[in-house]
Write a protein that binds this ligand. Structure first.
Ligand code: E4P
Length: 217
């Protein structure tokens, strides 16, 4: 499973990259806005320089020509830019054009399996089902991943399932078990991925016992 970080924050990206297991980055307009007064293009250039893997940059136009115009500008930033488009009619049309032109496309805000079927047919590189936001309204976000996995496997679609809107380590475990190809994870969850109280207490005991049997060392 590939692990992306879901953030617009450079320090978080640097720290996650230091773990040596970071495969890419996703951003969205809300995450960039959280960074304050940063220039969108400058920030994306900085992120692309830090991480060689795919960096998703989202358009804000909702019409096809507007999306394509924004995508053309974004693609100039770096070769690892992935164009993030909303899963709406015009987004699907723009996805087809961009995919045919060799661009990587991440179709975002996917909430039901038929959206995932259509974006795969349009040549999307990634589809982003939003788990947490479905859970927030009392639906089973993980079932969406399972359904998309089944549909993609039935027909051999190559579009990668990018589990998004991850809120907890448990989401990540379940998305991995459900066969998501990628998970985009907030920094706070990445930090907790290695934690277990038995690892901490076990290590403490090993070190204490070592010092008991090697006094003074
Ligand atoms: C994915 O690309 C989105 O940026 C993200 O996962 C949204 O998560 P949220 O529902 O926590 O805002």
């Amino acid at each position: 499973m590939k692990i992306f970080i879901d953030t617009g924050n450079l320090n978080e990206i640097k720290e996650a990259a230091e773990l040596g297991v970071l495969d890419g980055v996703t951003t969205n307009p809300s995450l960039i806005a959280k960074e304050g007064n940063v220039d969108f293009f400058t920030r994306l250039k900085e992120i692309c320089a830090l991480v060689p893997g795919p960096v998703s940059a989202e358009v804000v136009s909702t019409d096809k020509p507007g999306m394509l115009k924004e995508a053309a500008e974004l693609r100039k930033i770096a070769p690892n830019i992935t164009i993030k488009l909303p899963t709406i009619r015009t987004g699907l049309q723009a996805c087809k054009v961009l995919a045919d032109d060799g661009a990587k496309v991440n179709m975002t805000l996917c909430f039901q399996p038929l959206q995932a079927l259509l974006v795969a047919k349009a040549g999307a590189t990634f589809v982003s089902p939003f788990l947490g936001r479905l859970d927030d309204i009392g639906q089973d976000g993980m079932q969406l991943i399972r359904d998309i996995r089944k549909i993609y496997d039935n027909y051999g679609f190559k579009t990668q399932i990018l589990a998004a809107s991850i809120r907890s380590p448990l989401h990540l475990v379940e998305a991995a078990l459900a066969g998501a190809d990628v998970a985009t994870v907030p920094f706070a969850v990445i930090q907790r991925m290695l934690d277990h109280p038995l690892t901490e207490s076990g290590l403490k005991k090993f070190i204490e016992d070592w010092h008991k049997s090697h006094p003074g060392k």
